[in-house]
Write a new protein. Structure first.
Length: 324
């Protein structure tokens, strides 16, 4: 069972790595035969050299080299996935050999020339080129510190500056809510009334909602809480889509806003997206685009017969609309 388990784990990683190796080989030399897919080119001048031993040949399958670099990549992936202690190099290499044999047989089958496979290859190529272009275009955008600061100020201006701790009693009608308010005025305990009358899941906790920010609550409830002072109970019932609320605000505290440095990566991605959308919108405006899709919501105009000259017969009376 251990051998089978190891093989399954190894196989789940091999397809990805061999696929990436194939893509890299095709990018560098699209016409290269399968037998040279694993060949590693010498590093260009000024580029970082590979670690010693990465070009070591660990197996040869019908004349095709399997390099130490490929095996090491798979072993690293296994370790990161938490399966490193279940897969050894020999098991991984054996799967690489079998996978290479399968790939050679697939290449002999002529599938690469089949129309449906060619279509999938073209689609994959288009997506790869598009994704690479999008990534490189976004990475090349000039995003200034002022833009990041402006985005930070806008984001934090919309964040809650305070947190609230409150209880509530939720009932179905306004009259029920007013009756709860009357009982509170008569000296009844808020938590006891919540346990007895509230339809919310917080009833068993005496209506306790814990600490929350107003942006996590529905608008009427949030506005009512924000207008209250700690220790105060709402003087009028508050209606939301859930029913009618009687609210008691217990505590209020300031919230520390996130630091600019902590939000910078997120803000830069947001600005990148906005700039890319603006760029694409500009491309769309300048492009020669003819939309030929018919608007199915609008019925096509009836054509009048060209040669008919006689007066048309009166239309039959319309059938009355059916009543439900």
């Amino acid at each position: 069972m251990r051998i089978i388990t190891n093989t399954l784990i190894a196989s789940s990683l091999i397809g990805l790595v061999l696929g990436l190796n194939t893509v890299n080989a095709e990018d560098a030399k699209p016409a290269a035969p399968a037998a040279t897919a694993t060949t590693t080119a010498a590093p260009a001048a000024g580029t970082e050299a590979k670690p010693a031993g990465s070009d070591e040949i660990v197996a040869i399958v019908n004349g095709v080299d399997i390099k130490r670099d490929t095996l090491n990549t798979l072993m690293d992936m296994a370790k990161r996935s938490g399966a490193g202690d279940q897969v050894d190099e020999k098991t991984m290499l054996e799967d690489l050999v079998v996978t290479e044999l399968a790939r050679q047989e697939a290449n002999k089958s002529g599938l690469a020339e089949r129309e449906d496979v060619q279509e999938k290859l073209n689609n994959f190529k288009d997506k790869l080129v598009l994704n690479t272009w999008m990534q490189e275009k976004a990475a090349a955008l000039n995003i200034t510190d002022d833009e990041v600061k402006a985005a930070y100020d806008k984001a934090t201006s919309q964040m809650s500056k305070s947190e609230y701790k409150a209880r509530h009693i939720l009932v179905k009608t306004k009259d029920e809510a007013k009756a709860v308010l009357d009982e509170l005025k008569a000296g009844k305990d808020f938590a006891d009334l919540a346990k007895a009358k509230s339809t919310d899941t917080s009833a068993q906790m005496g209506g306790d909602l814990g600490w929350f920010k107003t942006d996590s609550m529905v608008k009427p409830f949030a506005e009512a809480v924000a207008a209250m002072e700690p220790g105060q109970t709402s003087t009028e019932p508050v209606e939301t889509q859930f029913g009618w609320h009687v609210i008691k605000l217990e505590e209020k505290r300031d919230v520390k806003l996130p630091e600019l440095e902590n939000m910078k990566p997120q803000l830069k991605r947001q600005i990148e997206q906005e700039k890319m959308m603006a760029y694409m919108k500009d491309l769309r405006a300048k492009a020669d685009v003819k939309v030929l899709l018919k608007d199915e919501a609008k019925p096509a105009a009836a054509e009048t017969p060209k040669e008919e000259t006689k007066e048309a017969a009166p239309a039959a009376p319309a059938e009355p609309a059916k009543t439900q």
